[in-house]
Each structure stands twice: as C-alpha cells, then as structure tokens.
Design a protein around this ligand. Structure first.
Ligand code: GTP
Ligand code: MG
Length: 196
C-alpha cells in the first residue's frame, strides 16, 4: 500500500474534490486513531501521534494507492479542552460525518480496556439515527489479556443489542503490537470493491 499525506482541512469546503472514496476514523481523543492509520499504512509518523489527548485537530486525508483516502479526524470527548474548543471540534467532526460527500464508511474506535462509555454509545446512536454506515474497532488490545479484551467486547455488544437489532462489524487491533491491521485493510478493500 502506498500512502501519502494529501491535505488537512478545517471545513468541508477544503476537502479534496477528486471524488475518491473516503474511509474515516473517529473515536474518543487518545483512543489511537492516528496510531491505527500508521499501522495500516506501515508508515510510522505518517499521522501525528501523541500521549496527550487532543493531538489531531484537523481533518487529515492520506491518499492510498492513488485510489482512496484514509481520513484521520480529531477525537471527541477531550475533557481538558475549553468549551469553545470542544464545540469547534464537535462541529468539524459532525459536519464531516453528516455532510462529507465522499465518506463511504466510518470506523468508530473504542478503547478495548474500558467498560462501555456513555460518550461512545451516544456517538454510535447518533450514527444510527443518521444512517451512517460504520464498524467498531476495539483498540489497544495489547494492554490486557485476550480473554479480558473478549469479555469487554462481549459487554459492549450486550449494551448495543439493547438498542440495535443487528450489531455492526467489530474488529480488534493493537497498533503497539501491530495486530489486527490486515483484517481492517481486508475489510476496507471489500467495501471499496462493493461500492465500485
Ligand atoms: P487524538 O488525535 O488526540 O484524538 O488521539 P488519537 O486517537 O489519534 O490517539 P493517538 O494515535 O495519538 O494515540 C494516543 C496514545 O495512545 C499514544 O501515546 C499512542 O502511542 C497510544 N496508543 C495508540 N494505539 C495504541 C495501542 O494499540 N497500544 C498501546 N499500548 N498504545 C497505543
Ligand atoms: Mg490523532
């Protein structure tokens, strides 16, 4: 896979206008969106990563094989951001998700260590209400045993089943250990073939 940085956008009018399909990553600040993009593209440092939440502040497009984009978004729920900053990010994110003409699919990243978080569940419900196609990626699986990850995923699934008849696709990754990336890429490639 050949990956190059294409552009950073602060609003919809700045997005690429070439009509190529976009696959985007969203989730709480610090959940590992940028790290995942680096793992998928096998390019450490392509997307900027930081131990401090709130690192990605714009919509970043990475062109893949000259034919589609991976899109890194700012995170939601960064507690230490000021109210006006939070509102600015929330607007960037929701504008992109609800209105970007080439957004084909969204991955919601969820920290595999945590019990289901209200902010993630609310975000997922908002996607459902707006009929945005999405899958869930449970990140940072290296932080605990495979059993613990599986039980957290099962717990999340149980909560989703309370409101969803059908569960979204779910994948598990560790960017630190470079695990689960091939499955994500395979999944995306199938999506792109289907939408050709
Ligand atoms: P924002 O841009 O601030 O919204 O964050 P982000 O979701 O892009 O997270 P980022 O990729 O910057 O990673 C946040 C922190 O988590 C960094 O310190 C990463 O090194 C760490 N991290 C990301 N993925 C993993 C993982 O799979 N395992 C472990 N152990 N750490 C990870
Ligand atoms: Mg980031």
């Amino acid at each position: 896979m050949i990956a190059t940085f294409q552009c950073s956008s602060a609003k919809l009018s700045q997005l690429p206008a070439d009509g190529l399909p976009e696959i985007a990553f969203i989730g709480r600040s610090n959940v590992g969106k940028s790290s995942l993009i680096n793992m998928l593209t096998d390019r450490a440092g392509l997307a900027k990563v930081s131990a401090t939440p709130g690192k990605t502040r714009l919509i970043n497009h990475f062109l893949i094989d000259n034919s589609w984009y991976l899109v890194d978004l700012p995170g939601y729920g960064y507690a230490r951001a000021s109210k006006s900053e939070k509102e600015k990010f929330a607007k960037i994110i929701t504008d992109y998700i609800l209105k970007a003409p080439q957004l084909h699919y969204l991955f919601v990243l969820v920290d595999s260590r945590l019990e289901p978080q209200k902010i993630d569940l609310e975000f997922i419900d908002m996607l459902g209400a707006n009929r945005i196609p999405f899958g869930i990626i449970f990140t940072k699986s290296d932080k605990q045993s495979a059993d613990k990850t599986a039980s957290n995923v099962a717990r999340f699934s149980r909560v989703l089943r309370e409101t969803w008849e059908e569960l979204p696709p779910m994948l598990i990754t560790s960017s630190a250990k470079k695990q689960g990336g091939e499955k994500v890429v395979e999944f995306i490639k199938k999506l792109l073939i289907l939408s050709d």
